[in-house]
Design a protein around this ligand. Structure first.
Ligand code: ATP
Ligand code: MG
Length: 715
């Protein structure tokens, strides 16, 4: 059995998997089997009796990666993986704080604020302190607070000379006090709070060090300072800290990730040198060569080489579209063609640099009837209707939750205006009580009746829900709160929202709490933690859409990287400094190395962005790839109307040229241009008023002309 587990590993992988009970760093490129090694090592440790399931702590980068690791482990050895401490930093810290909530000074039912909740909490704070959000934009305050927390620094430890920073520090302190009062913690707080509990309580950290003899971390290059400090508390010098990572895939520097942690680990744990894995098992040779050529342009790399015996495979396909719409159409046509050839939709992914790029793709996908999922984008648990329902659920669990109360006090509209809410806030501030308590004490006034009705609603929900299951509770909430009626009356997108609410009940039905009495709290916790991971149609065969950041660690047979334009990818915010540009290049490296067999790169010559038309130029990253590894599919080659091997080109070639209306011109027709002289129409794109002709001019070569401008110059 032991052999089965280790079968098929190459010698370096084998050495990493069976590394003795001491610390190690595996430094290796994309697709070299880091995650596989890490998972196999856990199985091996358990199988050989060196560790018990309770004695292993494993950190993954996403919730989905944690689930995948559990599934793989369960397939390798008979073990109850649900009881094991495998999760993200946030997930594990939450688990820790649920056990040690008293030490952490938190209520047992503490709630987690996701980024949106945190932002509203900050807005509310600014308002209550009468601070202008123009001078102190909430987003900036939020970044400041999270940045400090991620460096492990509390407001009390900060000082500043300039008044602006001083104010930010004050706000940080006030925000923390507000959270504490309301019994809520944000993401950064989960980590900082458990770090503090562990660092202040030597007996406790000793306990965990004795328990978790083996601590394993995937994607180590993207840990920040506090995460590493937290790891160091749990993994002492005598524990075995086993980290795997790739400095070329460090893409979260903007969130404080420190590649330097890799070097620190080597010296902190007396590790002589990293274990290297150099064989890539994921990508075809051409894809790997191109990715290697790209990343070699970065400076200061720890240095790695990657090879494959998989053979070169197909060339990388490059498509330069006229417009973003055409680019999306190309991608979708190509996906359909591949699907007709037997590829699974779920094995294909479209990656983009910015979330906003998904809209146009979605539009074309919906029109074409191609099933798709947005991975980590359109978060189910962040949709408005879901947040409303969950806010009621939070109030049922804990009416003191001010954020939740403010969210739904007048949703659906029940005649409680902004003025009354403000008065309520003032009263709560003056009396030093929660909004709920202020509400219960409010009497008199015109709206008092309405407020009292709301109190009665929440009270009655609390009573009625006591005897109900989680799913029944949510179902009752949706009906009794008036949310269902509100969305039934909404003709625009009520139907979709009701479907989402129904799906929320489904989610509750399928939810298995660790402790039934805590089902509501556990469900709310999962909703917050998984905001980005959980999709309604998980499991169906569907094309995957996601940002490059979200694609980390994943792999697909075919990968499309869209929007390869200067300003978009590399992103405009990162183009002006070398560091930013290198991080963008690492992102491109991550994107390309997700592909197993096929890689498509595309860009558009015009794109709608932030409500404006832009005419970007092709991304430098495309030009950094060796030309011989690329096959260009842009308009210029489409004119060779040879029936295409791979099925997509036929449709593409036919589309524009055969369309009747080319502004009065025909394919192959001779013409004269006032400036460029004689030429022949060899290709066309667009339709209606928006037609471009490609013309081969005898003296000036091949040019694209926009008919809107060129019309008068042609005869
Ligand atoms: P990334 O840097 O992108 O996270 P990784 O180094 O974690 O990549 P894995 O995802 O573990 O790489 O492995 C990449 C692919 O190669 C997976 O499909 C994995 O199953 C496969 N693989 C790894 N090692 C071997 C091996 N020895 N034999 C066959 N396939 C392997
Ligand atoms: Mg991996």
């Amino acid at each position: 059995m032991n052999n089965d587990l280790l079968a098929g590993l190459n010698p370096e992988q084998l050495s990493a998997v069976t590394w003795p009970a001491k610390s190690a760093l595996v430094l290796a490129g994309a697709g070299s089997g880091k995650t596989r090694v890490l998972t196999t090592r856990i199985a091996w440790l358990l199988q050989t009796g060196q560790a018990s399931p309770a004695g292993v702590l494993a950190v993954t980068f996403t919730n989905k990666a944690a689930r995948e690791m559990q599934t793989r482990l369960a397939a390798m050895i008979p073990v109850n993986v649900k009881t094991m401490w495998i999760g993200t930093f946030h997930g594990l810290c939450n688990r820790f704080l649920r056990v040690h909530y008293r030490d952490a000074g938190l209520p047992q039912t503490f709630q987690i604020l996701d980024s949106g909740d945190q932002s509203s909490a900050i807005k509310r704070l600014l308002k209550s302190l009468d601070i202008s959000d123009e001078k102190f934009p909430p987003k900036q305050v939020q970044q400041f607070i999270n940045g400090q927390k991620e460096s492990g620094v509390r407001a009390g430890e900060l000082s500043a000379h300039d008044p602006y920073t001083r104010k930010l520090i004050e706000l940080y302190a006030a925000y923390d006090a507000q959270c504490q009062r309301e019994g809520v913690v944000d993401f950064a707080e989960l980590l900082l709070r458990s770090y503090e509990v562990l660092s202040r309580n030597a007996a406790l950290s000793e306990h965990y060090r004795n328990r978790f003899r083996f601590v394993l971390v995937d994607e180590f290059q993207d840990t920040n300072r506090l995460q590493y400090a937290w790891l160091k508390l749990l993994a002492g010098p005598d524990n075995a800290l086993f980290a795997v990572g790739d400095d070329d895939q460090s893409i979260y520097a903007f969130r404080g990730a420190e590649v330097g942690n890799m070097r620190a680990l080597l010296s902190d744990y007396g590790v002589t040198g990293p274990i290297r894995l150099e064989q890539n098992y994921r990508s075809a040779g051409t894809i790997l060569d191109a990715a290697n050529a790209l990343i070699e342009r970065n400076d200061g790399r720890l240095g790695k080489s990657l090879w494959t015996d998989a053979g070169p495979g197909d060339k990388i396909r490059l498509f330069e579209a006229y417009s973003d719409g055409e680019e999306a159409q190309f991608i979708v046509d190509e996906v359909k063609a591949l699907a007709r050839d037997g590829w699974n939709l779920a094995d294909m992914a479209v990656l983009y640099r910015s979330n906003a790029q998904s809209r146009i793709l979605e539009h074309v996908l919906v029109q074409s009837g191609v099933a798709y999922r947005i991975y980590g984008g359109l978060r189910f648990f962040e949709r408005q209707e879901i947040k409303h329902a969950l806010a009621y659920l939070r109030l049922v669990a804990n009416p003191e939750d001010d954020n939740a109360l403010l969210r739904v006090i007048n949703v659906p509209a029940r005649g409680i205006g902004a003025r009354s809410v403000e008065n309520l806030q003032t009263a709560s501030r003056e009396q030093g009580v929660s909004l709920w308590q202020a509400l219960c004490g409010a009497g008199g006034g015109r709206t008092a009746g309405k407020l009292a009705e709301f109190v009665r609603l929440i009270d009655s929900l609390r009573q009625r829900c006591e005897a109900l299951s989680l799913a029944e509770t949510i179902s009752l909430i949706i009906d009794a709160s008036g949310l269902r009626a509100m969305y039934e009356a909404d003709r625009k997108d009520g139907e979709e929202r009701l479907a989402n609410l129904d799906e929320l009940v489904n989610a509750a039905l399928g939810f298995l709490p660790q402790e039934p009495a805590m089902a509501v709290i556990e469900f709310l916790t999962q909703a917050s933690l998984e905001a980005g991971d959980h999709q309604a149609d998980a499991g169906a065969d569907a094309l995957q859409l996601m940002t490059v950041h979200a694609a980390k660690g994943l792999e697909f047979d075919a990968v499309f990287v869209g929007g390869l334009e200067e300003g978009l990818f590399p992103h405009e915010n990162s183009m002006n400094d070398g560091k930013g540009l290198e991080e963008e290049r690492r992102l491109m490296y991550v994107a390309m190395t997700r592909a197993r067999k096929r890689l498509y790169l595309s860009c558009a010559q015009s794109r709608m962005l932030h409500g404006q038309s832009r005419y970007p130029i092709r991304s430098r990253f495309v030009d950094e790839l060796p030309a011989e590894l690329l096959q260009t599919l842009s308009a210029t080659v489409k004119k060779t109307a040879a029936p295409a091997r791979d099925g997509y080109a036929q449709g593409r070639i036919a589309a524009a040229p055969l369309a009747a209306n080319l502004g009065g011109w025909k394919m192959g027709q001779g013409l004269h241009h006032t400036k460029f002289g004689d030429g022949v129409v060899i290709n066309a794109e667009g339709a209606g008023d928006d037609v471009r002709l490609q013309i081969n001019f005898a003296e000036h070569g091949i040019k694209w002309l926009d008919l809107r401008y060129a019309k008068d110059k042609l005869s």
